[in-house]
Design a binder for this molecule. Structure first.
Ligand SMILES: Nc1nc2c(ncn2[C@@H]2O[C@H](COP(=O)(O)OP(=O)(O)O)[C@@H](O)[C@H]2O)c(=O)[nH]1
Ligand SMILES: [Mg+2]
Length: 202
């Protein structure tokens, strides 16, 4: 074995595959984000918003949204020849919380997508990943017409740990989403779970 010698061209590279979760409130752009970067036709489980779901699925400020993801979005992106990410969009509604634990098993990290017009919608997702010590960052989806909150204002409003990255993005743009995902991988690589708060032994 010669250290530093590239294997490229000799043997096919077996890519590392990592699982990333995409979470956030209803209508924040999770399905759009997964669809923007996925190399495979994103697997979606959407159902038309029904009359029955209307009181529960708050579409205020989510113009033109007629479908809702009932299970999850699934996609794949090759970041480098040796790094493949599998994306799992979590269901945005509170009534599907039971699916999150299943989805989060083995996840490297997560993107919490935020809409600055409805920042409070991502509180639950932030809380979920903090409690389980799953590395995450906040992606601020810059919808047209939305006030551009400075990154620091979003950080403060969400009461984020200083180590949690906040990045601006456009969920419709492949390069923007790819950039967010690379940030998640980098953040997860440096992540050390905050020490559990325990009383001193003496
Ligand atoms: N203008 C704008 N619209 C967006 C953006 N991201 C998502 N949308 C739209 O917002 C709506 C909700 O997005 P969707 O991905 O279904 O949200 P989800 O419920 O989080 O999966 C859709 O009609 C999208 O086309 C964005 O960055 N800018
Ligand atoms: Mg969706």
């Amino acid at each position: 074995m010669i250290f530093g010698r590239s294997q490229r061209g000799n043997a096919p590279v077996e890519p590392v595959t990592l699982k990333i979760l995409v979470a956030g409130g209803f209508g924040v752009g999770k399905t759009t984000l997964v669809g923007a970067v996925s190399e495979i036709r994103p697997l979606r489980t959407e159902e038309l918003l029904t009359e029955a779901g209307r009181p529960v699925d708050d579409t205020t400020g989510v113009k033109g949204k007629h479908t809702t993801t009932v299970a999850m979005d699934f996609g794949r992106i090759t970041v480098r020849e040796d790094l493949v990410l599998y994306l799992f969009g979590t269901p945005g509604q509170d009534r599907f919380w039971f699916l999150w634990d299943e989805l989060s098993t083995g996840a490297l990290g997560a993107v919490v997508l935020a809409d600055t017009r409805r920042l409070e919608d991502c509180f639950a997702a932030v809380d979920y990943f903090e409690r389980r010590s799953i590395p995450f960052l906040v992606g601020v989806n810059c919808f047209d017409g939305a006030a551009r909150h400075p990154v620091d204002a979003v950080r403060q409003a969400l009461d984020l740990d200083p180590a949690v990255p906040v990045v601006l993005c456009d969920a419709r743009q492949k390069d923007s989403v790819k950039d967010v995902l690379v940030h998640v991988v980098q953040h997860a690589a440096q992540f050390t779970a905050p020490a559990p708060r325990q009383p001193a032994a003496h």
